[in-house]
Ligand binder design. Structure first.
Ligand SMILES: N[C@@H](CCC(=O)N[C@@H](CS)C(=O)NCC(=O)O)C(=O)O
Length: 205
């Protein structure tokens, strides 16, 4: 059995969307970040960086396999199920590139943007402008790509799952922001309509 350690955040939801897409049964363990449950010593063995999402799989013989970080979880289940990564090398190369953009550019930039513009006790214009500019750079690249293809890796893949929850969060919090990126908006609506995505986006609540 798989246990997903998660909280209702975009990174957590990448993992639950993935598990819903591949259809493997799993249990959900809500790690309350606001209550600091991620800092409890018992969580350290699963997530050395004390962040969600993380996942534990019980294996035969009392063994267990852990995975931590949304990128590792998406890649692992794509490899294991042979799904959600294009087969042709060309499409796979594109999918991997956009998958990495989601994990290493879009996600961290969106989080830092929120930290500096909303949470920071002191508002630093340089930092806010920097992260706003970087986020628009990500949106611009995604919008241009999605003007040429239906999904980031041509067919629906972990590249789309790696980006979707952060774009969905912006669609809710950013008002008319997505109207400036019509291809990204079209893609957002198509991904949001997938039943597995709708189930995954409701986890853990
Ligand atoms: N690189 C990680 C980042 C995970 C991450 O930032 N998780 C946040 C929630 S979205 C977290 O657990 N934060 C708790 C903390 O920073 O203490 C991933 O892609 O999953």
């Amino acid at each position: 059995m798989l246990t997903l350690y998660t909280f209702p955040t975009p990174n957590g939801r990448k993992a639950s969307v993935m598990l819903e897409e591949v259809g493997l049964p799993y249990k959900v363990h809500r790690v309350d970040l606001q209550a600091g449950e991620n800092k409890r010593p018992e969580f350290l063995a699963t997530s050395p960086i004390t962040k969600i999402p993380a996942l534990v799989e019980e294996l035969p013989g009392g063994k267990a396999r852990r995975l931590f970080g949304s990128g590792a979880i998406l890649l692992h289940f794509a490899e294991r199920t042979g799904r959600l990564l294009p087969e042709s090398l060309d499409d796979r190369a594109e999918a991997m590139s956009w998958f990495m953009l989601g994990v290493s550019d879009l996600g961290p930039t969106a989080v830092d943007m929120m930290r500096f513009s909303v949470r920071a006790p002191e508002k630093i214009p340089y930092a806010i402008d920097l992260y706003k500019g970087e986020l628009m750079r990500c949106y611009g690249a995604l919008d241009e790509r999605l003007g040429a293809v239906e999904f980031l890796g041509n067919s629906y893949s972990i590249a789309d799952i790696a980006c979707f929850p952060f774009i969905a969060a912006a669609a809710v919090a950013g008002g008319s922001l997505l109207d400036r990126f019509p291809n990204l908006k079209r893609w957002h609506d198509a991904v949001a309509a997938r039943p597995a995505v709708q189930r995954g986006m409701r986890i853990p609540d």
